[in-house]
Design a protein around this ligand. Structure first.
Ligand SMILES: Nc1ncnc2c1ncn2[C@@H]1O[C@H](COP(=O)(O)O)[C@@H](OP(=O)(O)O)[C@H]1O
Ligand SMILES: [Mg+2]
Length: 259
C-alpha cells in the first residue's frame, strides 16, 4: 500500500458515497424530510463502513453515524491508522430542495496527524482531495473587505461583532465541509465556528485545507487534535493564511472583553 493510495481511496469513497446520496435524494423526494435525512445518514455510513472494512481491514474507523459504543471503543486510541468519516455533513441542507451545501467527509488520521482526506460536494459536482489539493486563491489586499462563512443555524455568538470590527461580510452556508471548501475555492476567505462540533465535522476538510496551505487552527490559535478519546472539537478557524493573524487577534480581543 502506498501513501498515494490512501489519498485516492479517500477521494473515490467520498465521491461514490456522494453519488449514492444524490440518487437517494432524487428517488426519495422531499415530502418526508426527516425520513430523507435518516436514510441518507444511514445508507452513506453503511456504504463507507463496508468499503473500509473490505479495503482497509486493519484500520480503525470513527464515524458520526456509528453507535456510541463504537465511537468510544478505546481500540482506536491505540491504533496507528484511523479513518474519521462524516457520511453526510449538512444533513439539514441535504433534505432541503435545491441546496448544494452538503458533503461527504473521508479523512485518514495516522500516528498523530491527518495524512489524507477528501470532501465530496455531490450537488456541486466536485470532490476536493489531498491527492490534488486546490490552489488557494489570492488573499484580498490589507484593508479590503472579505467574506466569512458561518453556520446558517448555529453561528458563534461573537461573529457579528467580529465581522463588524474586521469590515467583513458574513456568508451563511450549510455543512462544515462545504464552508471549508468555499474558503479553498474562493467563494469566501474564512470560516469560523464555535459552540459545538465533532472531529468528523472538520477532519476531512481540514486535511484538504492543510494540504492546500490554508490556515487551520482552533479559535485560540492552537492546532486542532484528532482521534482524541472525546471526539468533541467545538471550534475551528480556516482562512487564507494572510488573514489569520488579524482574525485571531480580533477573536482574542472579543473574548477578553466578554469571556
Ligand atoms: N453547536 C453545535 N453542536 C454540535 N454540532 C454542531 C454545532 N454546530 C454545528 N454542528 C455540526 O457541524 C456540522 C455543520 O453545521 P452547520 O451547517 O450548522 O455549520 C453539522 O454536522 P451534520 O450535518 O453532520 O450533523 C452540525 O451538526
Ligand atoms: Mg457533520
Amino acid at each position: 500500500m502506498t501513501i498515494r493510495d490512501d489519498h485516492s481511496l479517500a477521494g473515490d469513497l467520498a465521491t461514490e458515497a456522494g453519488e449514492r446520496l444524490l440518487e437517494l435524494r432524487a428517488r426519495h423526494g422531499f415530502d418526508d424530510q426527516r425520513a430523507l435525512k435518516d436514510a441518507g445518514d444511514r445508507s452513506s455510513h453503511r456504504f463507507l463502513m463496508d468499503a473500509l472494512e473490505r479495503l482497509r481491514p486493519s484500520d480503525s474507523v470513527l464515524s458520526e453515524e456509528a453507535t456510541r459504543e463504537e465511537r468510544m471503543d478505546p481500540r482506536r486510541l491505540t491504533a496507528s491508522r484511523v479513518w474519521i468519516v462524516d457520511p453526510l455533513d449538512g444533513t439539514r441542507e441535504y433534505s432541503e430542495p435545491g441546496r448544494s451545501d452538503w458533503a461527504v467527509h473521508v479523512a485518514l488520521w495516522q500516528e498523530g496527524a491527518l495524512m489524507a482526506g477528501a470532501v465530496a460536494l455531490p450537488a456541486q459536482g466536485r470532490t476536493l482531495t489531498t491527492a490534488e489539493p486546490p490552489v488557494l486563491p489570492k488573499a484580498p489586499a490589507a484593508g479590503e473587505p472579505f467574506r466569512i462563512a458561518v453556520s446558517r443555524t448555529r453561528p458563534p455568538e461573537f461573529v457579528r461583532e467580529l465581522a463588524a470590527r474586521l469590515g467583513a461580510e458574513l456568508v451563511p452556508i450549510g455543512s462544515a465541509g462545504a464552508k471549508i471548501s468555499a474558503v479553498l475555492t474562493g467563494q469566501v476567505e474564512a470560516y469560523v465556528h464555535a459552540g459545538g462540533q465533532y472531529e468528523w465535522d472538520s477532519a476531512a476538510p481540514v486535511a484538504v485545507a492543510l494540504a492546500a496551505g490554508a490556515h487551520v487552527s482552533r479559535i485560540d490559535g492552537s492546532p486542532p487534535a484528532y482521534n482524541q478519546a472525546d471526539p468533541s472539537l467545538p471550534d475551528i478557524l480556516v482562512s487564507l493564511p494572510d488573514l489569520a493573524p488579524t482574525m485571531l487577534a480580533c477573536i482574542r480581543d472579543l473574548h477578553r472583553q466578554s469571556p
